[in-house]
Design a binder for this molecule. Structure first.
Ligand SMILES: [Zn+2]
Length: 167
């Protein structure tokens, strides 16, 4: 076992946050949803990526903040408790970086990312998990936190508290 597989974050079972990623653990059917935009797709038309491939990329978080999590910024309105909000955002981050199944990505969303398309396509067509699917390393978690904070700043022009401390 490598540390890639053994590593896990302290908040491993945030069931409440599961709604943020469509949970279709077994990619056995060729029909699925894009894990970024939720569009219905045929797996072989898309790509299979690891959690690390996705979460260290600022573009992923930018998309999330301007789409499915657009509401998060104004959560609690002007009375929002900053500490609660930080914890919420940290949990959001942790939930995403803790995904231990491959991410199916549609053609449109694939353009947000930098990755080896040929290889990711091969895994999608064969319907097998790419190597290193599963829990990411601590270092990658830190990278993901930085990408998250950078994207937040770009979208909202606002500095977040250092989420790396929450990991
Ligand atoms: Zn998509």
């Amino acid at each position: 076992m490598t540390n890639l597989i053994n590593y896990a974050f302290p908040y491993n079972h945030m069931g409440f946050f599961d709604l943020f990623k469509s949970s279709s653990p077994a990619k056995t059917s060729t029909s699925c949803e894009c894990d970024i935009c939720s569009k219905k797709m045929t797996l072989s038309d898309g790509y299979l990526l690891t959690t690390k491939d996705v979460v260290v990329q600022k573009a992923y978080w930018e998309y999330a903040f301007t789409h499915q999590w657009g509401y998060v910024h104004d959560l609690g309105g002007t009375n929002a408790d900053p500490e609660m909000k930080t914890r919420f955002l940290a949990n959001l981050l942790i939930n995403q970086i803790n995904q231990n199944t491959p991410w199916s990505i549609c053609e449109t969303c694939s353009n947000f990312f930098t990755f080896d398309k040929k290889t990711a396509k091969k895994y999608a067509q064969k319907n097998i998990s790419p190597p290193n699917t599963g829990y990411i390393t601590r270092a990658e978690g830190i990278q993901a936190a930085v990408a998250f904070m950078d994207a937040w700043k770009k979208v909202y022009n606002e500095e977040l508290p250092d989420l790396r401390k929450e990991l």
